[in-house]
Design a binder for this molecule. Structure first.
Ligand SMILES: [Zn+2]
Length: 685
C-alpha cells in the first residue's frame, strides 16, 4: 500500500496479505456460493441469540485451518486467493509473451514478473546487485553526505530516520504540500520498543537476533554483527521514544504543523533541510507539514551528534531489511523467519509466484490492474455496484434528515458533505502512465527499487500543483475499500466487488449484508470521530455546533467503553481509543445497509425464505460470514497493537449487540446474551 495511505485514509482491511496463502482448495469444504449464504458454515448447535459470530461461522472455522504460510485465513483471504489465481494467469501469459511491444504494459509486467521468477539467477547473484548501494553508504564522510544518502534511499522508497511524502494540505485540500513524518523503525510500531510486558521484551530480543543475523548474511563477523545490531536497536529505540503513539496521531490537528523551510531548519540545528530537499530533487519545497515536531527535533539531534559509523550501520540495516525479500534465499528466509513467523505466526513461506505477484502489484499496480479488469470485472457488475452505492447513500440521507440529536445547522452541513462524497467503483477512469518506467534493472531487486523510485518521482511532481482527484490509493485487484477524508471519496476496487461480498446471482438481502455493509462502513467514515472533522471539500474544519459535538462525543465514548471491554486474546483487551473510528463505521455501516435493504423491499411482496431464513436473517448472516476468520495468536497481538480495526469476531458482535433490528430478526428480544443494556446501547445514525 502507498505509504501516504497509512496517514488518515480509512481502509477496510478485509484481506491482510503480508504473508500470502497457498491454495488449500482440497481442505476448503465450503458450499458453492451461488445463493449467497453459506448454509454449510452455520453451527446450528449454537444459539443465534448468543454468539452469532460462532453461529454463522462455526463450521467454516472448524473446517478451514489457517494455511501454513498465513497469519490468518478468512472470507477476504478466500477471495484474495481467487484474485491471485486470475493474476497468476495474466502474469504467466505476459512473461511468455516476449513479442509484446517494448514499452507496452504487457511487456513491462511480464519482464518484471519473469525477473522475479528467475530463481537460478537470484540465487547466484546473492546480494551482489546491491553492491553499488552498499558502497555508497560506505563512502559517506560527513553529515551533508549522510543527508544525501538518506535522500537517495527515500527516493527508492526506503525510509531511514524519518518519512517524506507529498500529500494534500489538511487545511487546503486543493493543493499538495510536503509532509515530514516520524519513521525509521524496523518493528511495526513505537510501542514495541517501549512496552515492558514479557511478550514485548521477548519480541525485542528476537528482533536484535534477527538484525544481527542479517548483518552476518552481509558478511560481518558474529561479534561485529551483534555490535551492529545493538547500534541499530539503540538508535531505533531513541526514535521510538520520541514518536507519537497511534492513538495520539488519530487527532488530525495533533499532526498538523505547517512550517516554512526556515522554521524546519530551526528544529534541527546542523541538519540542513535545503540540502536534503535539493538531493531529493525538490527545487522549491514551499509549505512543509512537520507532522511530529518533537520527533524531528530528536532525529535532527541524532543526525548531527551520533557517529557517522553508527549511521552507516543503521543505513545498511535499512537497505538490507527493505530489499531482503527480493534477494537470494538466505535473506528471504531470515526476513520471513522474523516478520512472518515471530510477528505473524505463519509457519511457511508462501510460494514464489505469489510473492513475485504481490511485488508486481506493488510496483506496477495499475498496469496489472488494467489487464485484470479485462478478465474479471464486467460493465454490468459496475452498474449494479453503482446502484447499490446510490441506495446506501439515500438510506444515510434519510437517517441524517430524521436524526433527533443534531441541530439544523449541523444537519445542513452533514447533508452537504454526504452529497459531495465522490464514489469510485471498479477501476480508475484514467490509468496511471507507466511510460517513464523502464523495467531494465537487470535483477529483480533493482527492478523493484526502480519501480519504487518511479512512484516517488511521480509523487514528487505533484508538489505545488493542483490536486488530481482521479487518482486511486489502492490497486484494482485489492480485496479492500476505503474512505479518504481529504478527498471526501469512497473507493471500491474490482477486487472486492466479487462473491461472497458482491454476488450478481444472489438476492438483495445477501448483497446488502455483504457489500452493502461495506459501502455503509465507508460512507459513515465521513462522519466517524475522525472523518467528521473534515468538511465537504476535504478540509480540516469544524462544522459542528459545540453542543452537537458534545452529543457526538458522548456517543463515541460509549463505543470506546464497549470495545475496551472486549478481550481479544489471553488478557489483552481491544484498545477502544485506537479502534474508535472503525468501530463507529462498523456500527453505522450495518445500520445504514439494513435500512437500505428495508427501503428496497418497500411496496413489494415479502421475499420468500431461502434455506429456511428470512431476508433479514440472511442479511445478518451474509454480514457475519463476510468476517469469518481464523487468526494465529501472534497476528491477533500484532493487530491489537497496530491496527485501528477490531478483530473479526468483534466487528460482528460489536455492532449486533447494539442493534434491535438484529434481535427482532432472530426473535431474540429480551433473551440475547450479547445485547447491550438499554442505557449503554450506542445509537449514532
Ligand atoms: Zn474502515
Amino acid at each position: 500500500m502507498n505509504p501516504r495511505l497509512l496517514l488518515l485514509t480509512l481502509i477496510l482491511l478485509l484481506a491482510m496479505n503480508g504473508t500470502s496463502a497457498s491454495l488449500l482448495a482440497q481442505s476448503q469444504r465450503s458450499q458453492p456460493r451461488g445463493r449467497g449464504i453459506d448454509a454449510s458454515s452455520i453451527a446450528t448447535t449454537v444459539q443465534p441469540c448468543g454468539d452469532f459470530y460462532q453461529y454463522a461461522n462455526g463450521h467454516w472455522m472448524e473446517w478451514n485451518p489457517i494455511p501454513p504460510d498465513r497469519s490468518s485465513w478468512g472470507a477476504g483471504s478466500e477471495l484474495y486467493e481467487k484474485n491471485l489465481a486470475v493474476l497468476h494467469e495474466i502474469l504467466e501469459d505476459a512473461a511468455k509473451n516476449t513479442t509484446a511491444p517494448k514499452g507496452s504494459i504487457t511487456r513491462k509486467v511480464g519482464d518484471f514478473y519473469r525477473a522475479g521468477m528467475d530463481e537460478a539467477r537470484i540465487e547466484a547473484e546473492g546480494v551482489t546487485p546491491l553492491n553499488k548501494e552498499f558502497a555508497r553508504i560506505a563512502a559517506i564522510t560527513d553529515v551533508p553526505g549522510l543527508q544525501d544518502e538518506i535522500a537517495h534511499l527515500h527516493r527508492m522508497n526506503i525510509t531511514p530516520a524519518y518519512g517524506f511524502f507529498p500529500y494534500q494540505d489538511f487545511k487546503d485540500s486543493t493543493r499538495i504540500i510536503i509532509y515530514i513524518f516520524q519513521g525509521g523503525l524496523g518493528l511495526p510500531d513505537r510501542d514495541y520498543y517501549t512496552n515492558e510486558d514479557d511478550k514485548s521484551k521477548e519480541i525485542r530480543k528476537q528482533y536484535v537476533e534477527h538484525v544481527a543475523k542479517m548483518f552476518e548474511l552481509l558478511g560481518d563477523k558474529a561479534a561485529q554483527a551483534a555490535a551492529n545490531s545493538k547500534t541499530v536497536m539503540d538508535m531505533e529505540t531513541r526514535l521510538a521514544r520520541s514518536s507519537m503513539t497511534q492513538v495520539e496521531q488519530r487527532d488530525p490537528n495533533a499532526i498538523y504543523h505547517k512550517m516554512t523551510i526556515t522554521e524546519v531548519n530551526a528544529l534541527t540545528p546542523g541538519y540542513s533541510w535545503n540540502r536534503y530537499f535539493a538531493s531529493l530533487g525538490v527545487a522549491d519545497p514551499g509549505d512543509i507539514n512537520v507532522a511530529q515536531p518533537e520527533f524531528i527535533k530528536e532525529a535532527g539531534k541524532m543526525l548531527t551528534t551520533l557517529s557517522l559509523d553508527d549511521w552507516k550501520t543503521y543505513l545498511r540495516w535499512n537497505l538490507i531489511s527493505a530489499t531482503a525479500s527480493k534477494l537470494s534465499s538466505p535473506f528471504v528466509n531470515e526476513k520471513f523467519r522474523f516478520n512472518g513467523t515471530v510477528l505473524g505466526g505463519a509457519k511457511e513461506l508462501s510460494v514464489r509466484w505469489k510473492r513475485v505477484l504481490e511485488a508486481t502489484d506493488q510496483g506496477l499496480g495499475e498496469a496489472l490492474g488494467q489487464l485484470y479488469v479485462e478478465r474479471a470485472f464486467s460493465p454490468e457488475a459496475k452498474t449494479r455496484a453503482q446502484q447499490l452505492v446510490a441506495n446506501l447513500k439515500a438510506a444515510l440521507r434519510d437517517r441524517l434528515l430524521a436524526l433527533d440529536w443534531i441541530s439544523e445547522a449541523t444537519r445542513k452541513q452533514a447533508l452537504r458533505k454526504l452529497d459531495a462524497i465522490v464514489v469510485k467503483i471498479g477501476y480508475p477512469d484514467k490509468w496511471r502512465d507507466y511510460s517513464g518506467l523502464a523495467v531494465d534493472g537487470g535483477s529483480y531487486v533493482m527492478n523493484d527499487l526502480q519501480a519504487g523510485e518511479f512512484e516517488f518521482e511521480r509523487n514528487l511532481k505533484k508538489i505545488g500543483k493542483p490536486i488530481d482527484r482521479s487518482e486511486w490509493g489502492i490497486t484494482t485487484p485489492t480485496v479492500d475499500a476505503y474512505y479518504n477524508p481529504n478527498l471526501n471519496e469512497i473507493v471500491f476496487p474490482a477486487g472486492i466487488l466479487q462473491p461472497p461480498f458482491f454476488n450478481a446471482q444472489a438476492d438483495d438481502a445477501v448483497n446488502y449484508g455483504g457489500i452493502g455493509s461495506v459501502i455503509g462502513h465507508e460512507l459513515t467514515h465521513g462522519f466517524d470521530d475522525q472523518g467528521r472533522q473534515f468538511d465537504a471539500d476535504g478540509n480540516l474544519k469544524n462544522w459542528w455546533t459545540a453542543e452537537d459535538e458534545k452529543s457526538y462525543n458522548s456517543r463515541a465514548e460509549l463505543i470506546e467503553k464497549q470495545y475496551s471491554g472486549y478481550i481479544a486474546i489471553d488478557m489483552l483487551h481491544i484498545n477502544g481509543k485506537l479502534t474508535m473510528g472503525e468501530n463507529i463505521a462498523d456500527l453505522g455501516g450495518l445500520k445504514i445497509a439494513y435500512l437500505a435493504l428495508q427501503k428496497s423491499l418497500e411496496g413489494k411482496p415479502r421475499p420468500p425464505k431461502i434455506d429456511g431464513y428470512t431476508a433479514e436473517q440472511r442479511f445478518f448472516l451474509a454480514f457475519a460470514q463476510g468476517w469469518r476468520r481464523n487468526a494465529r495468536p501472534e497476528s491477533v497481538r500484532l493487530q491489537i497493537a497496530t491496527d485501528p480495526h477490531s478483530p473479526a469476531r468483534f466487528r460482528v458482535l460489536g455492532p449486533l449487540s447494539n442493534m434491535p433490528e438484529f434481535f427482532s430478526a432472530f426473535g431474540c428480544e429480551g433473551r440475547s446474551s450479547i445485547a447491550r443494556p438499554e442505557a449503554l446501547r450506542v445509537k449514532i445514525w
